[in-house]
Design a protein around this ligand. Structure first.
Ligand code: NAP
Length: 325
């Protein structure tokens, strides 16, 4: 089969559509004939040599896909050849075929196109596991989402709104109108405005109960300052650096919590549990039209380099999909 391989660490032009060995399904795995995959920020880091795939994952990128099951390995129950699925992957989605643990498969939600469903698993699992499982967001609370226009952000805004939270999001001004349509109650242009001040004003001085952060070090102090009493900060990205200074006095005065998680390196059982939770709690919201895939555009997979340039420019809103076949 063919896949997008990384000839050597570097810019988008190191990506090439090449012949690679076909995947074989191991015990508990199925093979999916890929119809589409999606570009995630992590793929750019992997291409640059900063984010190697975990042991056992294919060497080429792709953290999610949609497609049709074409083979099943031993010890797989409840999945049949011909099923249309989308899947959370440890890697290897930029390909014609990929082997996936059956626990990481999700049905294509009713009302969502097979291609568009490729943009759901990574954001749904990341956002739900952090905002609901880790940070326990509840109705009536305030959720601050950084990078509201990202794949993660567009999903977090919708999920937060569907769960009954007030949603504040940071994004460049050009994206505000689109993010308001998705359910953000307040948009902060982080280039011009101080998000701590904006969150305080919007909450009568209380602050945000939950912060979903993708910036890391550069926002750490201000995120703690933006937290309400008993607030929960969950860091899932380090776009602003990995080493910051944490004022424990400020945190303990608020009885605050700082957590950080990565989905890709979680053990298989944890991923399967998250996928089950997403299927039970998030898929009904998707099928009811309250949370939708936000697709910036679809490009053929041979244009993966162009897709990476687009995501690197941050001009997209939501997900950039790569279609196969
Ligand atoms: N830990 C995990 O398990 C996990 C899983 C998935 C993703 N992630 C992380 O989540 C983040 C989003 O991923 P993605 O693939 O959805 O990203 P993406 O679509 O590539 O978007 C990146 C976003 O960063 C925003 N941004 C840049 N500088 C900013 C700043 N100073 N303040 C606020 N926003 C800023 C950009 O928005 P503007 O155009 O508005 O600047 C852009 O929307 C990445 O950091 C990724 O590594 C983590």
């Amino acid at each position: 089969m063919r896949a997008i391989t990384i000839a050597e660490p570097g810019g988008p032009d190191v990506l090439s559509w090449s012949e690679v060995p076909d995947p074989q399904p191991g015990p508990g795995e199925v093979v999916v004939d890929v119809r589409a995959t999606a570009v995630n920020r992590a793929d750019l880091l992997q291409r640059q040599g900063h984010y190697p795939p975990p042991p056992g994952a294919p060497a080429y990128p792709g953290l999610e896909c949609s497609g049709v099951v074409s083979a099943t390995g031993p010890d797989v129950a409840g999945v049949r050849v011909g099923d249309q699925v989308c899947a959370l992957l440890a890697g290897g989605g930029y390909a014609e075929r990929v082997a996936v643990p059956a626990g990481q498969l999700l049905p294509v939600p009713a009302g969502v196109d097979l291609v568009d469903s490729a943009g759901l698993p990574e954001v749904a699992c990341t956002v739900w596991s952090n905002v609901v499982q880790v940070a326990r967001l509840t109705a009536g609370e305030t959720l601050l989402v950084h990078g509201g226009g990202s794949g993660i952000g567009t999903f977090a805004i919708q999920l937060g709104a569907a769960l009954g939270a007030t949603v504040v999001a940071t994004a460049r001004a050009a994206k505000h109108e689109r993010l308001r349509e998705l359910g953000a109650d307040l948009l902060v242009d982080y280039r011009e405005q101080d998000f701590v001040e904006e969150v305080r004003q919007a909450t009568d001085g209380r602050g945000a109960d939950v912060v979903l952060d993708i910036m890391g070090a550069s926002y750490l102090g201000r995120n703690v300052a933006a937290l309400a009493a008993d607030g929960r900060l969950v860091v899932i990205g380090m776009q602003g650096g990995r080493k910051g200074e944490l004022d424990l006095g400020a945190l303990l005065a608020k009885r605050g919590t700082v957590a950080a998680t990565a989905l890709r390196s979680r053990p298989l059982e944890q991923k399967a549990a998250i996928v089950r939770g997403v299927r039970e709690q998030v898929w009904p919201l998707v099928e009811a039209g309250r949370v939708r895939p936000v697709i910036d555009r679809r490009l053929p997979i041979i244009d993966a380099a162009q897709a990476h340039r687009l995501v690197e420019s941050n001009e997209h809103v939501g997900k950039v999909l790569l279609t196969v076949g």
